[in-house]
Write a protein that binds this ligand. Sequence first.
Ligand code: AHM
Ligand code: MG
Length: 322
Amino acid sequence: MTASRQTLTQYVDSAWGDDPTHEGLGAVVTAIAEGTRLVQEKVQAAAIADVLGTTGDVNVQGEVVQILDEQSSDIFVDVLSGSGAVAAVGSEEIAEGVIVGDEDSQRYVVLMDPLDGSSNIDVAVSIGSIFGIWKREPGEAVTADSMLTPGSKQVAAVYAVYGSSTVFVVATAAGVQGFTLDASSGAFELTHPDITFPAKCQYYSVPDGYYKNWDEPTRSAATMLRDGYSLRYVGSLVADFHRNLLKGGIFWYPADDKSPNGKLRLMYEANPLGFVAEQAGGAASSGRQRILDIQPEALHQRVPLMLGPADVVEKTVSILNS
Ligand code: AHM
Ligand code: MG
């Protein structure tokens, strides 16, 4: 008989229930979990409900908006705004940050990629959602500028993967906890406590098809990875990252001739997953500096992104800069 596992609700209560420094964090994470349940239902039913495909709009990134991108963003803005603990929300799909309120109880700012892996929505490949959580100073004004805070100031980061199961990973300074949705009860159960990168790296996840657009140092560093590890790349950052975190692997989306700042977004993708990587004993780098140290200049700014075991990231960065 399987011992009963801690649920996300129990974890939130025991980790932060009586802790004044984390007051309200449980409400934020619980709201994200509620949104995740709703989005995973949409993802599962998308083809049947006829909500695959595009809205016909182009987002602030200049990318075609999928119907599920927009619906997911709306769902998470709603649950976060209703949590009572969130002052502002930024979304990859929304041009400006959404200011919710500046009550003292609204202590957190959440920046998110509500549905990562848009190109995989229509083809039943794993996709996910990514969240960085920052705490406001008491009395601090809630403005567009106050959302531009370095990733090192995050108090927590969360991601979900809608895959062969729905997983929900929560990282804080106390470590990285992985939950799995029990579809029959609707509870997230703690199936992967205290996640850290395994000692052995097996995989590298790099968009090799852009080799022709890379400079020589990027080619050399990628060749080192190709010589040492097996390629795994599904094209959903959050799913590639999750596999690499559990099995041992490095993810790298470098800059290239066509995208000199890389493709991925600092505030919605790099900072949250960089925070998770570091809390799991790994590292996150742009190839030039630690991701979490970057002073953001714009909500939607892009950055080259390397995430993985610390020694492999360090070696790749060193070849890139040699
Ligand atoms: P999205 O947030 O619009 O889905 O775009 C980001 C995605 C990442 O999930 C993934 O790592 C990358 O884009 C894949 O890009 P490419 O198709 O160039 O390999
Ligand atoms: Mg994304």
